[in-house]
Write a new protein. Sequence first.
Lengths: 322, 326
Amino acid sequence: MRCSLGIDVGSVSTNLVLLDEKNNVIRTLYLSTAGRPIEVLMEGLKMLQDEFNDSLEIIAVGTTGSGRQLASVLVGADIIKNEITAHAVAALEEYPETQTILEIGGQDSKIIILKNKIVVDFAMNTVCAAGTGSFLDRQAQRLGIPIEEFGKMALKSSIPTRIAGRCAVFAESDMIHKQQMGHKVEDIIWGLCQALVRNYLANVAKGKEIRPLVLFQGGVAANSGIKKAFEEELGLNVIVPKHYNVMGAIGAAILAKKHIMQSGRKRTNFLGFNTTLRNYEVKAFECKGCPNSCEIIQIYGNERLMARWGDKCGKWSSSLAV
Amino acid sequence: MKIGIPRALFFYHYYPLWESFFKDLGQEVVLSNPTNKQILKNGIEVAVDDACLPVKLFHGHVRDIAGRADVIFIPRIISIEPKKYICPKFLGLPDMIKHNLPDLPPVMDMTLNLYNTKLNILEHFFEIGKYLNKTRLEVMKAYYVSHKKFSSYKKHLRKYSVTPYEILTQKNIKTIKPDFTVLLLGHPYNLYDDFISMNLIKKLQKRNVKIITYEMLNEKKIVRGTKKLTKDMFWTLGNNILGCAYYLLENRKIDGIIHVASFGCGPDSLVGELLEHKVIRDYKIPFLYLTLDEHSGEAGFNTRLEAFIDILEGRKFSENNISSHG
């Protein structure tokens, strides 16, 4: 089977996706990055290899997410794309009419505005990560509710408790306070969902025009409470695509295939499952060239230097073509 | 005498004038080193928490130059053109520095206030001259020469569409056959400092983007642009930013706008909102708002920049190309 591979290395999850030649999703993997991006990526590749044995032929590879550079070196990617473009491409593949994408991930939230199938505007959360996946995770943990149940819990409520959603720290203390006042947990959770949506619309969307079709993707889209809160606040139907949590990886795979076709190259840069799983090693050092003291990261594969980055001046990174 | 000039804030505006003036009066000019991690750290360490990033950085540059200069030049800048002010932090800058850094060499903090008339600039230089024991005639001569040089420098920027960055850092960023033209807005001391702007200019150049900054427009054009505002903008830099944006948008000469603001900047927070909500909504042009802060999170910065360039590409090459005013 000829497939394109998309890899999204994010702060919280590392996702891998296989698409067939018609861009149908064959297999998705949603793995927790757990602070070990390299190991998890390798595990993911091994899982794919074990599952498909030799029946798999990779024709294109794309990487995205905050760890896109790293992933690209380790597997040999054809294209490295930012998350915003990747998410938009994946959304358009499934819903060509999309005009707005609400994306909430582990530590990022974004809004992407599309018009006539191209991105015309976007915004990302700046200094505040309130309302992103990591915060919800933490609250679920604190309340002793599995994160999978969090959204369903919210839907049980009929009277939402008002929660201050401006800041993650204040939201938490407000929740504790409301608990101590005797509010029911489901009301608090539903109130939290509403607060986070308000915060998102005020701080990320910032008055951008939200027109249908509205897609909600990223890990947090699993939370049906947030989805409902968005629908109520916007007065619009919000669609959660089937593969909402791996949309970035899907976009990267689509872009990689397109890139291969357009550039007229016959072969992918993919190093192959066997070579990718070779010995790699990361060596870091602090450059003493100037007071910036940049931390230089060097990635070695089979004892050969594959990539180097981390410097501000380009002395180290440009001495080696990535 | 060795006059130390910190490579920060109005260095990026006035340096050609200052350099020529001091040299003509027979003084030696020494500059602090280009910004690096240590300079920024030294600045943050001593500056008050509430100061904006560029002011904190300025502290670091003063510390960097302190050991190598007989006197440090930190003019008290109030206004650099009639009927407009500069951010109030500049007014108190010499005091802030002297207070936070008690063991400095003497500071030359002559007032520059052109609010009432441009002619006051002579008063400013006379005061400097007095400090350096120069006669009024010598000062007049030196000012005449350096003013001429400064004017031709500004003319050069406009005529050849170069940014002060290229001249002050002596780097060539000419793009041959650029794919896009982007208006780069922001305070010069944020844009042209490679460390603070995380190599923004170099990154844009790498993506074959031609950069326009307000220094490339003559005053008349900026004034014409500001006519579109319902109310006068009272800060010079904010005024230049908005006037330049309006003028170029009206004349449809740009593919997109990048606005760079530093965290904690009061005027920028207002100018940024005005730009984003008024200008961009009316003209429907790709707009990117980049905030710089001392934590220098480069990942998010790059993601935004890359996505922005994708938007420019999408608009240019898409089959369903929509007009930039659609």
